[in-house]
Ligand binder design. Structure first.
Ligand code: PLP
Length: 363
């Protein structure tokens, strides 16, 4: 029996609701993954991704897999046994980077920061004299904190900079080339407003030249993936694995939707929605979790008031209003809520809806 679905307002940490263009594309005919029409779609998706990444990197592509596949690809291609990887940790995803890096055999230098605060670029850059890579999360979804990747790029020296842009791409300012990001990975299911399943990925020529040859992952070996992307007009597309054609068509439609609205306009919409939500929560007497000055517009963290059952409120919102918000992470699992305003949800109506529903749930 097929499960009957209900529309949910996805105001959690992701996935978010999707742009209608991205959803419509899921209903298009399935194409062969070497079909010239599909190559056009792939080309267009890669070109759109270059724009949302702020890069001219030729190796910019949607990896088959979610954001974690992008994280894995970044590390297995950049570091191997004995290489030093400095990793800034200010939440769960920085911690996950350490684990992924450790499994490559790299020597991981973990630079801890209190959860809820941004990374300190100077401390991170000074953590080791000659790392092969320095890695940090731009938008830490577990805590709702934005970190200054541009500052880290200025201090990285000869190291390669790996940046996680899962919760910033397509919604917040992101300039891979200008900020000195050598390897970047992201997700489709947040500000890009596309279903989960792909990881927008970019790597500079310099980082590609320094890559690990024969990395431990065959599937995510960037040396093998060049032919996979191919080009409708130029280089021949060759088989590496069967491209998830429908998801790539959805991504192409979603990214082009964002570019049509205008990247600056979309970013401004995310900032406005985040600020309105944060102001509204404070007006309700709630305290925000992330440090002032470093709060993500796309994902707001708010403290659960004393005596309130966090899970019961989330269940109430889901049952009564079809609204999903997220719990906190780790030691903040039941003391923090995470509320996302991403993709098409970054608008005043969503803010008003979630504030009103939360007010009723807390009354
Ligand atoms: N990095 C960050 C900052 C994330 O928010 C997430 C997912 O929420 C990931 C990595 C992992 O992405 P995925 O869950 O799509 O594998």
């Amino acid at each position: 029996m097929t499960t009957t679905l209900t529309y949910r307002h996805l105001f959690g940490p992701g996935p978010s609701n999707c742009y209608p263009e991205a959803i419509s594309a899921l209903g298009n005919p399935v194409l062969g993954h070497l079909d010239p029409l599909f190559l056009e779609i792939m080309d267009s998706a890669c070109q759109g991704l270059r724009q949302v990444w702020g890069t001219t990197n030729s190796r910019t592509l949607p990896l088959s897999g979610t954001g974690s596949a992008g994280m894995e690809a970044a590390f297995v291609n950049a570091v191997g046994p004995g290489d030093v990887a400095v990793v800034a940790v200010n939440g769960m995803f920085g911690a996950r980077m350490c684990e992924v890096a450790r499994r490559t055999g790299a020597q991981v230098v973990r630079v801890e920061h209190p959860w809820g605060t941004p990374i300190d670029p100077e401390r991170v850059a000074a953590a080791h004299p000659s790392p092969k890579v320095i890695a940090a999360v731009h938008a830490e979804t577990s805590t709702g904190v934005l970190s200054d990747i541009a500052a880290l790029g200025q201090l990285k020296g000869d190291a390669l900079l790996i940046a996680d842009a899962v919760t910033s791409i397509g919604g917040l300012e992101l300039y891979a080339d200008k900020w000195g990001i050598d390897v970047g990975y992201a997700g489709t299911q947040k500000c890009l407003g596309v279903p989960p399943g792909l990881s927008p990925f970019t790597i500079s020529d310099a980082a590609f030249e320094l890559r690990i040859k024969d990395p431990q992952s065959w599937y995510l070996d960037l040396g093998l993936l060049g032919g996979y992307v191919g080009s409708a007009s130029g280089s021949r597309r060759t088989y590496h694995h069967t491209a998830p054609v429908t998801m790539i068509a959805s991504l192409e439609a979603g990214v082009n939707r964002v570019l049509q609205e205008g990247l600056g306009t979309v970013q401004a919409r995310h900032v406005a929605a985040g600020l309105a939500l944060q102001d509204g929560l404070e007006e309700m007497g709630l305290d925000l979790f992330a440090a002032a000055g470093s709060r993500l517009p796309s994902l707001t963290t708010v403290k659960v008031p004393d005596g309130v059952d966090s899970a019961a409120v989330r269940a109430y919102l889901l049952e009564r209003f079809n609204i999903e918000i997220g719990a906190g992470v780790g030691e903040f699992a039941s003391s923090v809520w995470r509320i996302g305003m991403m993709g098409p949800n970054a608008n005043p109506a969503s803010v008003t809806l979630v504030l009103g529903a939360l007010k009723e749930a807390l009354a």
